[in-house]
Design a protein around this ligand. Structure first.
Ligand code: ZN
Length: 175
């Protein structure tokens, strides 16, 4: 059975305050992070860069995470990807005093719970495919384009016309 990519072996750091080590690795996310309209799906690529420092009370982990969330736009309902970049820091204590603390287990620490919390906190509550998404036209039920709004210039309108002609001639399946 493969070891969790979130495990970090710290046996060379335990009870050696001042020692520190860094590790970077890439892996496929083994289980979905987050729920709702946007989440990091199982199998998404993640780049994890972690610095592990031995301190008096335990192991201090400072991590940088890069991955891609997959969501559904809250306005137009279209699926989209959003790159995520975040950092978190967590102390893994030798002796856990309270329920919300993380501990050193044997010779390793498990970054998964604090990483999951940090990812979930960084995900938007109301994801949109782009900040100016106009959503769905309540009359036609179609996704509204920039050219549909009155403030758009003629120049943009004519470009959309050209594009739609191009798309109907080359992709008849759309009709
Ligand atoms: Zn949208």
């Amino acid at each position: 059975m493969a070891e969790s990519p979130y495990f970090e072996n710290v046996h060379d750091l335990i009870n050696r305050p001042g020692e520190m080590r860094e590790r970077e690795h890439d892996f496929a996310v083994p289980a979905q992070l987050g729920e709702g309209l946007i989440s990091v799906p199982k199998g998404a690529l993640m780049h994890l860069s972690v610095r592990l420092e031995s301190v008096h009370e335990g192991i201090l982990a400072t991590a940088e995470v890069q991955t891609t969330a997959h969501g559904e736009c809250g306005r137009c309902l279209e699926p989209f990807d959003q790159s995520l970049q975040l950092e978190f820091q967590e102390l893994f204590a030798y002796s856990v005093q309270e329920g919300d603390e993380y501990g050193v287990h044997g010779d390793h620490v498990d970054l998964e719970p604090p990483l999951r919390d940090a990812v979930v906190l960084s995900l938007p509550f109301q994801p949109v495919c782009r900040p100016d998404c106009l959503g769905i036209d309540p009359v036609t039920g179609e996704k509204r384009q920039q050219g549909d709004v009155e403030v758009a210039s003629d120049e943009i309108d004519s470009r959309w016309d050209a594009l739609s002609k191009f798309m109907t001639t080359t992709d008849s399946d759309d009709e």
